[in-house]
Design a protein around this ligand. Structure first.
Ligand code: AMP
Ligand code: MG
Length: 400
């Protein structure tokens, strides 16, 4: 295991306290289901007609031809939603609409455009072809496993649940994630920017990802680089949330107080610093069973730390059963001209060229660049010790 994998794994081994809630099925799209769904009812639950036409017995039509048509007596009309009163017996047929229950005795439906009919009689000019009957359980058989606990419910999942007649479903509560920005240089957008200060952009970036992955962000604002204030604010955030993410103050500068504050509040440090660029200046700690993820203040680095190291744990916190990173191989669209002493994570976007997955860098790969996170849907991994890489090199990539 590399130290990067180790950091991810150490986080993953932290226990989570999953809470459930029951919600309306119509609100379940995008939520993580907290129960296994097994088919209690088969779908459809009865034999139904696939067309508007006539329910017949094949036997009655077996000799029908243009020269010698067969005429059957129409005993009733069965609209969708009703059931017929009579079984189909020798010499009779039932007019039937799409979706209506096929009456007993009938073993085929002939489309009405293939017949000639009056109200009382229907005439056939050939034997019945396809049955045109949807069997009970054609879509879903009784007793089959439909959805496993921990899946994010997509459109069809909610439809399948509704098809079981369930108006409510049990899902995991969305975890609440506190976001704190440390740094005396930070100014909130909307305020005047004094020389030497910068706008506080990290909470926007992180709150966006938090929501993208199905969690609820809560912003705890800007915290000055002061140990006591930082300790108080982190403790306050821990009390009301399932996890705390800080940015800034985590490396080796004079005012990088996050590691010290972990000690002060009695949190156990899981790891501090990973040989990874950008984002390696990060730490993870646990207090009261809750994780504190201390990310670098540099937006590019914070994003990489969040996505490449923290995300599997956060997926676990959501109750998901697919928590591991989605890895593939892709071809570098352009060169990466620097050599890499430690593992380097590139920000890029997925392209398909001549049927192959191609990794196109989204621009400036510097720690501090937030612009290259725009349109980034793939992180590329360059192994430690790699020289500069020409276009066309195959690298590992991770879908984010
Ligand atoms: P630090 O991790 O505190 O050493 O900060 C590294 C760099 O990221 C510095 O240039 C900071 O000014 C910048 N930075 C820190 N916090 C933020 C933030 N919330 N939004 C944007 N940039 C930040
Ligand atoms: Mg700082």
């Amino acid at each position: 295991m590399t130290r990067i994998e180790e950091a991810r794994q150490t986080l993953l081994e932290t226990d989570v306290n999953l809470k459930m809630e029951e919600i309306q099925t119509e609100e379940a799209y995008g939520r993580v289901i907290a129960e296994n769904i097994t088919a209690k009812t088969e779908v459809p639950s009865f034999r139904r007609s696939a067309y508007d036409g006539y329910a017949v017995r094949r036997e009655d039509l077996k000799d029908a031809s243009k020269e010698y048509p067969v005429t059957l007596k129409v005993r009733e009309t069965i609209p969708a939603g009703s059931r017929g009163k009579f079984p189909v017996t020798e010499g009779t047929a039932a007019r039937i609409m799409t979706g209506a229950m096929v009456p007993e005795g009938a073993d085929a439906v002939v489309k009405h455009e293939d017949t000639r009919f009056t109200e009382k009689e229907v005439c056939f000019f050939m034997p019945a072809g396809a049955a045109n009957i949807v069997d009970a359980g054609e879509d879903i058989k009784q007793g089959v496993s439909l959805i496993r606990k921990g899946k994010i419910l997509g459109a069809a999942d909610t439809a399948v649940i509704a098809g079981q007649g369930m108006s409510r479903v049990c899902v995991f509560q969305k975890p609440r994630i506190a976001i704190l920005s440390t740094g005396n240089e930070l100014t909130e957008p909307g305020q005047e920017l004094v020389k030497g200060k910068i706008y506080n952009t990290n909470p926007f970036l992180l709150a966006g990802y938090v929501q993208k992955y199905g969690m609820i962000p809560k912003d705890y604002g800007i915290v000055p680089d002061e140990t006591d204030v930082l300790a108080d604010r982190i403790q306050m955030a821990l009390n009301d949330n399932d996890m705390v993410i800080t940015t800034g103050g985590v490396s080796a500068g004079d005012f990088d107080y996050v590691p010290k504050v972990m000690e002060l509040i009695g949190a156990d440090i899981l790891f501090h610093r990973i040989p990874m660029k950008p984002g390696g200046a990060m730490l993870a700690a646990v207090k009261d069973g809750k994780v504190i993820l201390g990310l670098s203040g540099n937006p590019g680095a914070a994003a990489v730390g969040f996505l490449h190291i923290g995300l599997p744990y956060m997926k676990k916190l959501c109750g998901r059963n697919d928590i591991h990173l989605t890895k593939a191989q892709a071809i570098l669209a352009g060169p990466f001209e620097k050599s890499s002493k430690v593992t380097r994570i590139l920000r890029g976007t997925a392209k398909i060229l001549e049927g192959r997955l191609v990794f196109e860098q989204t621009g400036n790969q510097k720690n501090g660049a937030v612009s290259s996170m725009m349109d980034c849907n793939l992180l590329g991994e360059i192994p430690a010790g790699s020289p500069a890489l020409p276009a066309g090199t195959e690298i590992d990539v991770y879908v984010v």
